[in-house]
Design a protein around this ligand. Structure first.
Ligand code: NAI
Length: 328
């Protein structure tokens, strides 16, 4: 039996991890704390660590894990920008879940877009208050509009398929364009200039950091809708806010936020907001924020647990490894 320290546990994580873990002789020690230099000691005595998007796996955490004889980190997510891979080399083998359900995220992106442009979030509140007025509820149609998709990997492709179903024109940008995808690839500048809707589906890297910034906001069509279900720091939140204030940006749908790590997944209702930029964004009538929930479907949770347990089993059983991430 191997024991894995499972950081940043939420109630919805447990069922599937217990189910797949039991079948593979892996026991999870569920911890509420996020993984960071202050909490890493909680992993003492465990054989490995399982972490999530807002845990901090920096050099000091990696060194601490190494000193505890822990050699495996299973990320239960696709992105791993919060792991210092350069430092992990030779100390910690890192695994991730590359594709649990691209449809979960792509469908959430479309759900946010439709909610925003058809004012469903406002209608929900109005009708519950017996307010059946339609003033201020005029939306626009997606049919015939141009959507710019940044990143045409698994999620970007699923999103493109959905957009095609709505009769939209697709423009795509990818640093490594896919040869088997029937889509018009254009420069990032052309995508920003010609798209009615821009949706981010690329990973966060030094290159993609603040891809939407004050210069690129200027390139946007007036009234453009921005969707980010990828990683918060792809967008400079201050530049986004300026774009909303100047009416350049017509609406914004965020499932991720640059400074989300101390805020998202937790209940701060009743607290005075500590992040003024987020508070101002939430105050805007044309901004919708969800709390990094695009992945959260029954199908995706089962798939994440199954792949994570499989990644760990292969490591412990010396079987051919899958889904290992290393510095490219
Ligand atoms: P993927 O690896 O299948 O596709 C990523 C695509 O981005 C690839 O085609 C790659 O060539 C491209 N790319 C890499 N660097 C780029 C750059 N600088 N500019 C433009 N394109 C670039 O990844 P997948 O599964 O489609 O996931 C995309 C992102 O979605 C993940 O990196 C993660 O950050 C985010 N995500 C968010 C979730 C949520 O719950 N909100 C859940 C899962 C993933």
């Amino acid at each position: 039996m191997k024991t894995i320290a499972f950081f940043d546990t939420k109630p919805y994580d447990k069922e599937q991890f217990i189910k797949f873990g039991d079948a593979a002789n892996i026991k999870f020690k569920f911890l509420e704390a996020k993984l960071c230099a202050d909490s890493v000691e909680l992993a003492k005595g465990c054989d490995g660590v399982c972490a999530f998007v807002n845990d901090t796996v920096d050099a000091s955490v990696i060194d601490s894990l190494f000193s505890m004889n822990i050699r495996v980190l299973a990320m239960r997510c696709a992105g791993y920008n919060n792991v210092d891979l350069a430092h992990a080399g030779g100390k910690l083998q890192v695994f991730h879940v590359p594709a649990y359900s691209p449809h979960a995220v792509a469908e959430h992106a479309m759900a946010m877009l439709l909610t925003s442009i058809r004012r469903i979030h406002k209608a929900y509140i109005r009708t519950r208050d017996f307010n059946f007025s339609l003033n201020g509820m005029t939306g626009f149609e997606l049919h015939g509009k141009t959507v710019g998709v940044i990143g045409t990997g698994r999620i970007g492709k699923a999103f493109i398929d959905i957009c095609r179903g709505f009769g939209m024109k697709i423009l795509a940008y990818d640093k490594y364009p896919s040869s088997d995808l029937d889509v018009e690839y254009v420069s990032l500048e052309r995508l920003f200039r010609e798209s009615d809707i821009v949706s981010f589906h690329c990973p966060l890297t030094p290159e993609s950091y603040h891809m939407l910034n004050s210069q690129t906001v200027d390139m946007l069509k007036t009234g453009a809708v921005i969707i980010n279900t990828s990683r918060g720091a792809l967008i400079d939140a201050e530049a986004l806010l300026d774009g909303i204030r100047s009416r350049k940006i017509g609406a914004t749908c965020l499932d991720v936020y640059e400074e989300e790590s101390e805020i998202f997944f937790e209940d701060f209702s009743g607290h005075i907001p500590s992040d003024e930029t987020l508070a101002t964004l939430l105050f805007m009538p044309n901004v919708i924020v969800t709390s990094h929930q695009a992945f959260l479907t029954k199908e995706a949770l089962a798939s994440i647990a199954k792949t994570t347990v499989d990644n760990l089993s292969r490591f412990f059983d010396n079987q051919p490894l899958q889904n290992e991430v290393t510095l490219k």
